[in-house]
Design a protein around this ligand. Structure first.
Ligand code: MG
Length: 219
């Protein structure tokens, strides 16, 4: 059964496809030893990978290096295909904070072997997302957010989305030139530096500062 995103105003929307952008903050690109690519790096998580506030990340047992990646998430509100960058934010239903949970060892193995990242990035429970704040609270113009993540009370990642290499509008415009975006699709916009290992028992707390909070455990 399709899971539902919850909005802060009580609205609900079935989760569609979860699109993610890799390498979108220069300091994170450096910490991973990657290069900025001409086209964005895109990967997908199944909608069922979504979990909400208060639920648990349950990584598959064969991974020994699970990482947190805090990210701004834009939720799509209207069918969206081939939109220009200056129109792209009109298709956003709201913003949330999410954690692109990653099996780093499995991802590294896949990279080394030229294989896809589906297992490393898309495993069940890999996409915690906070309540969604409706776009009406922000307006459709570009705006920047502070996002932050702490593990067991200590801050690990903290940035402003102005640091992104590609804006949310640019990412949505690009995605819409390749895919057919639909209401309930989620766009993870990339993680800043400070990614790190999480283990069973850890408590993760992420914030879209001033708007939304997300608490999940690692099981
Ligand atoms: Mg990420």
């Amino acid at each position: 059964m399709r899971k539902e995103l919850e909005f802060s105003n009580g609205k609900k929307l079935e989760v569609g496809t979860i699109y993610c952008v890799g390498s979108n903050y220069s300091k994170h690109i450096k910490e991973m030893g990657n290069l900025i690519t001409a086209e964005p790096v895109i990967f997908i998580k199944p909608g069922n990978a979504y979990i909400k506030d208060g639920e648990s990340i349950i990584p598959p047992k064969f991974s020994e290096n699970v990482h947190h990646e805090v990210e701004l998430v834009a939720v799509i509100g209207k069918d969206c295909r081939n939109v220009e960058e200056n129109e792209a934010l009109n298709y956003v239903a709201g913003y949330a904070v999410g954690i692109d949970t990653t099996l780093r060892d499995i991802q590294q193995k896949a990279k080394n072997n030229g294989q896809p990242w589906a297992v490393a990035k898309g495993f069940y429970t890999s996409a915690p997302i906070s309540k969604v704040i409706p776009i009406e609270e922000f307006g459709f113009e570009n705006r920047e957010f502070d996002i932050e993540l702490s593990v067991n009370g200590s801050i690990k990642q903290s940035t402003n989305t102005a640091e992104m290499e590609r804006t949310t509008a640019k990412i949505i415009s690009y995605l819409s030139s390749v895919f057919y975006l639909e209401p309930g699709d989620c766009v993870f916009t990339g993680t800043p530096e400070g990614v790190g290992k999480i283990v069973p028992g850890d408590k993760l707390h992420a914030e879209l500062k001033g708007f939304a909070e997300l608490n999940v455990n690692v099981e």
